[in-house]
Design a protein around this ligand. Structure first.
Ligand code: PLP
Length: 369
């Protein structure tokens, strides 16, 4: 019997999420010893020593279930952000918070709006959840077209996701653009601003959403410990929003969605917040260096507010470029899964440690002759 027939038709059509290839897989498949991964926008620096200590301490207790309410972490995070604890929604990565939003807000036949060429999980959540996602084309410069996203809201729209800054393009929406957009959003539509790369942003006109939450109950901010804090492997993200909205969303959470080690590690990160700025600064130095060198190689490099660069090389296949880099032990992200046509030579390169970035550049020099 074909058991796939037992599955809802919507699920059968889903293209599974294709993550950046793990280093070990590439080593195994290509027989390479020395492989570097610049494909998943991770922080190339390990977690802080104090965070590793907290992890080791917490590991001694994992025969027990974690605190399902994450009492200590919720209080620490709320204190850090200067918000009421009832505003905090913790997730197994901010990925899970996105999923909770879609599942809790959007019924079959309704929809949520997001930008094309944005974080793949939005499209995935839509296809898994009754085909409810609607991707809106970008404007030039690889930027969200917030005006078109506001136009796309109809009486069946329950949620708009704004990825700011955007993955995979690194671009951002300005305060002015966001305000003009927000004024057009009906109050019964939730706007979730995905700020996974918030700590890396340097643009002066980037909109600060968190302080707006008091006045705007339909607004929610999503952030993560996966990027600047180097905890991608532990899966810990959060949403901040209206207490009543968060209270409802909490009902969709699995009982122990945030694991014990992640809770302890995140608290230690908050205790060492002064490390965030130097980490962001080191990233920016390398990002600027990479951007200049890639431009020198002929790439069109899109200015980035994140820990990755998105660049295109007209007339080349991005998939081929990524494959040639892979053969040289450098994993970058080809952009086909993000809906980009292959002939633009589009690749996304996460910023690594200085030596890793040099290795990526010299591989590219070799490939491009
Ligand atoms: C825009 C964006 N949102 C959310 C996430 C997911 O982060 P987390 O690891 O917290 O699930 C990512 C991860 O790459 C991302 O790029």
């Amino acid at each position: 019997m074909d058991v796939s027939r037992l599955i809802r038709p919507g699920i059968r059509k889903v293209r599974p999420y294709a993550p950046g290839k793990p280093v070990e897989e590439v080593q195994r498949e290509l027989g390479l010893d020395d492989v570097i991964k610049l494909a998943s926008n991770e922080n190339p620096e390990p977690p802080l020593p104090a965070v590793l200590d907290a992890i080791a301490d917490a590991a001694r207790e994992i025969n027990r279930y974690p605190d399902g309410s994450a009492y200590r972490l919720t209080r620490a995070l709320a204190g850090h952000l200067g918000v009421d604890t009832r505003r905090i929604l913790l997730g197994n990565g901010s990925n899970e918070v996105l999923d909770m939003l879609v599942r809790a807000l959007v019924s079959p036949g309704e929809n949520f709006v997001y930008s094309e060429h944005s974080f793949i999980v939005y499209a995935l959540a839509g296809s898994v959840h009754f085909e409810t996602g609607r991707a809106i084309p970008m404007q030039s410069g690889w930027r969200h077209d917030l005006a078109a996203m506001a136009d796309a809201i109809d009486e069946r729209t329950k949620l708009v996701i704004v990825c700011n800054p955007n993955n995979p393009t690194g671009t951002y929406s300005t305060r002015e653009e966001f305000e003009a957009f927000y004024q057009r959003v009906p109050e019964d539509v939730v706007v979730a601003v995905d700020e996974a790369y918030y700590e890396y942003v340097v643009a002066d006109d980037y909109p600060q959403i968190l302080p707006m939450l008091d006045e705007r109950p339909n607004l929610m901010v999503l952030r993560t410990f996966s990027k600047i804090h180097s905890l991608a492997g532990l899966r810990l993200g959060y949403g901040v929003g209206d207490p009543d909205l968060v209270g409802e969303l909490q009902k969709t959470r699995e009982p122990f969605n945030v694991n014990m080690i992640g809770q302890a590690a995140a608290i230690a990160c908050l205790d060492h917040w002064d490390e965030v700025a130097p980490r962001a600064r080191r990233n920016r130095e390398q990002l600027e260096h990479m951007a200049a060198e890639l431009a020198g190689l002929g790439f069109d490099v899109v200015p980035s507010q994140t820990n990755f660069v998105f660049c295109t090389l007209s007339g080349r296949s991005g998939g081929e470029l990524a494959k040639e880099l892979l053969q040289r032990g450098v994993i970058v992200r080809p952009m086909d899964a993000f809906g980009l046509p292959d002939g633009q030579g589009a690749v996304r390169i996460s910023i690594g440690l200085p030596g890793e970035n040099e290795r990526c550049l010299s591989a590219l020099r070799e490939i491009l002759g």
